[in-house]
Design a protein around this ligand. Structure first.
Ligand SMILES: C[S@@+](CC[C@H](N)C(=O)[O-])C[C@H]1O[C@@H](n2cnc3c(N)ncnc32)[C@H](O)[C@@H]1O
Length: 643
């Protein structure tokens, strides 16, 4: 006989099942009254490329989602797909191939001679893109001559045909031309038409900004597609302007950013299957663009969805639509503004009391007991340590510091390109102020400022040896270089800059490690960045002055997973051979994480994973050479001991 828990589970199963059936029935009746996506929905037959071990299911609160039928290990690639309807970011159109999204390196790209906007690696990429570009090409030309020019565009820009529709409009155009080409009864049209729309929610929420955005996009799309009458919409399977508004709304709810293997945004894509994954701020999977080494160009841009932890069978696979290092308030605001729902994931549901303190909003205990306190807020200014109960006295001052921090963060984001020195000055000051108020390094806005600070310092650093190359050199070469330099103090200044950059990268990795699970792509890349900084040639190596012990230089077995000690101590980062050893250990750890976040096996941690493997081989050689050199030097020494 079934016990109570089993009966309850059976009842819950029936509940899900009946919601699912009700939903199908109501859709078959043509009912759309609740504003949910019309549902060929859960009928998986239109999703031919969805692997059999993944299943589309429906829930009352979230609509459709993807469930795993099987149990999964962390780092498993559960879904991969070449993006068929993606548009490259406008700023990259001249430097990246519009078919495979790879940046030109060495060989210049070939420009479409007709529109003179789109570029390709070669004729192979051009041919692959032709079915869509043959429609896109005249649209781009027409747009360039007809669009009212914003004041920021110069007449020179216009002469060069550089007036280009936004990434979203170009991606929408591609989505619609594909629909036109495949026919309105084809699977692509069905998949696009059943993506969730937020039209209804937009109206309900009477969100003025969002309505304006939709109206603006519809106007732009009509102009881009060159539509002159309603009749022309029928070739896209749309019969009214309302249908077009709905399509735009589907696009904005479901489109996602195409990123490079280092997570730099490079475009916009629409994939009706990836759009089926629901959101959680504590996701168990992540979509990435690893650019795996075995991938042919014809398979790029390839998106993969990868598990971030072990998943039991019959669990929903959820990804995050936003940056999960943000505070609950920031996350909820972003989700509401863009996706129109209130997240009730396990992270959002945790109450602000008891022994639990969310690291994203924490202060170190005023008594240094090792515990954390919630950051005070306007609503809840009384903060106390969750471990020892000590009350934080200066709540008002801390609130002010946090407020100033967020304002400064906005300002830094604004000026980072136009005035990087000012941005560095701001981040330096704010990081100091927030840290002295006992704000934890994984807490916002300190973490966001640290991430920006590291990025700014990296782009600001120019090696005195070769501005483009970070190379590994033996101490002898470094010594030679140093003695040849006339301005020792300039080198010492450079050394300080480099060390400060490494310390900042270290602080960032520590913050991210606290919030993101092992192998999360953001965390794996931050660790990679730190490792790569540690192999940059030291302009003024401290070890040459200190003559540190070189006998412990060899890599320690398979590498240590432990991070280096906290920045800020006199010893971090170390110099010379110790630094190289630390770089080795950091990159070994980074590679392990990359293999999770960008997929193992054939993916090999993606393009960055492969690059790190190659660097590790170089370091191993270098460390081997040094060790040999020292052995040789010791062997050559006259035997004076004991005499
Ligand atoms: C990209 S779609 C995801 C698939 C969608 N559920 C469907 O049925 O097509 C994004 C939309 O799904 C819903 N959604 C996703 N995650 C959710 C969550 N955690 N809670 C509530 N709604 C969610 C929201 O309506 C959101 O705008």
């Amino acid at each position: 006989m079934a016990n109570f828990a089993e009966l309850k589970a059976a009842r819950d199963r029936r509940k899900v099942q009946s919601s699912f059936t009700d939903n199908l029935n109501s859709l078959e009746d043509g009912a759309k009254a609740d504003g949910r996506a019309p549902n060929a929905d859960v009928k998986p037959t239109i999703y031919h490329s969805l692997p059999a071990d993944l299943e589309v299911r429906w829930t009352e609160t979230r609509g459709r989602g993807i469930w795993s039928r099987e149990k999964r290990r962390r780092g498993e690639i559960i879904f991969t797909e070449v993006q068929q309807s993606a548009a490259l970011s406008t700023g990259l159109l001249a430097t990246h191939c519009s078919a495979c999204f790879v940046e030109a390196s060495g060989v210049p790209l070939k420009r479409c001679p007709t529109c003179r906007i789109i570029h390709y690696c070669d004729t192979e990429c051009q041919s692959r893109d032709w079915t869509l570009h043959k429609r896109e090409c005249p649209a781009l030309q027409k747009w360039a001559t007809s669009v009212p020019s914003p004041s920021s565009e110069t007449s020179e820009d216009k002469r060069q045909g550089k007036v280009i529709p936004s990434d979203a409009i170009r991606a929408l155009g591609r989505m619609m031309w594909r629909k036109q080409k495949k026919g309105s009864s084809g699977d692509w049209a069905k998949q696009v038409d059943t993506m969730q729309s937020r039209k209804h929610r937009v109206r309900l929420s009477s969100n003025e900004k969002s309505s304006q955005l939709h109206t603006h996009m519809v106007h732009a799309l009509v102009r881009y597609l060159g539509l002159e009458s309603l009749d022309e919409l029928s070739s896209y399977g749309i019969d009214s302007i309302a249908g077009l508004v709905d399509l735009v709304s589907r696009f904005t709810t479901n489109a996602f950013t195409v990123a490079s293997p280092t997570l730099t945004p490079i475009g916009v894509s629409i994939s009706p299957i990836i759009a089926l994954f629901n959101h959680s701020c504590a996701p168990n999977a992540v979509p990435v663009f690893p650019r795996a080494p075995h991938n042919a160009k014809a398979n790029e841009p390839m998106a993969s969805v990868i598990t971030l932890r072990d998943i039991p069978a019959n669990e929903e696979v959820v990804i995050s639509y936003i940056d999960t290092t943000l505070t609950k308030r920031e996350r909820q605001k972003a989700l509401k503004e863009t996706y129109y729902f209130t997240c009730n994931c396990s992270l959002c549901e945790k109450p602000r009391d008891g022994a639990y303190v969310d690291s994203r909003e924490s202060l170190y205990c005023p008594k240094n007991c090792g515990g954390l306190c919630w950051l005070p807020t306007e609503d809840d200014p009384l903060a106390r340590c969750a471990k020892c109960g000590t009350v934080v006295k200066e709540s008002d001052a801390i609130l002010d510091v946090i407020r100033i921090g967020f304002v400064a963060l906005k300002k830094v984001n604004k000026v980072q390109i136009s005035d990087p020195q000012k941005a560095i000055q701001l981040t330096t000051n704010l990081i100091r102020i927030l840290a002295s108020a006992r704000v934890c390094p994984f807490t916002q806005p300190l973490l966001a400022l640290s991430r920006l600070h590291t990025t700014l310092l990296i782009s600001n650093y120019r090696s005195p040896f070769d501005p483009n190359v970070a190379e590994i050199s033996s101490p002898e070469i470094q010594e030679q270089r140093q003695t040849n330099q006339e301005d020792i103090s300039a080198l010492s200044e450079k050394q300080n800059q480099l060390d400060e950059t490494i310390q900042s990268a270290k602080r960032t990795t520590m913050g991210l490690n606290r919030l993101l699970p092992f192998g999360h792509p953001i965390r794996a890349l931050a660790l990679t960045e730190l490792g790569k900084l540690l192999i940059v040639d030291e302009p003024d190596p401290k070890h040459l002055k200190e003559k540190s012990d070189i006998s412990s230089v060899a890599p320690s077995g398979s590498g240590s997973s432990a991070l280096p000690q906290l920045a800020g101590t006199a010893k971090y980062p170390p110099s010379g051979p110790q630094r190289l050893k630390l770089a080795y250990e950091t990159l070994v750890s980074a590679r392990r994480e990359l293999i999770v976040g960008f997929g193992g096996g054939k993916n090999e941690g993606g393009q960055v994973g492969v690059e790190v493997r190659k660097i590790l081989v170089e370091i191993e050689k270098e460390l081997g050479v040094w060790k040999e050199g020292i052995r040789g030097a010791i062997a050559d020494l006259p035997k004076t001991t004991g005499k």
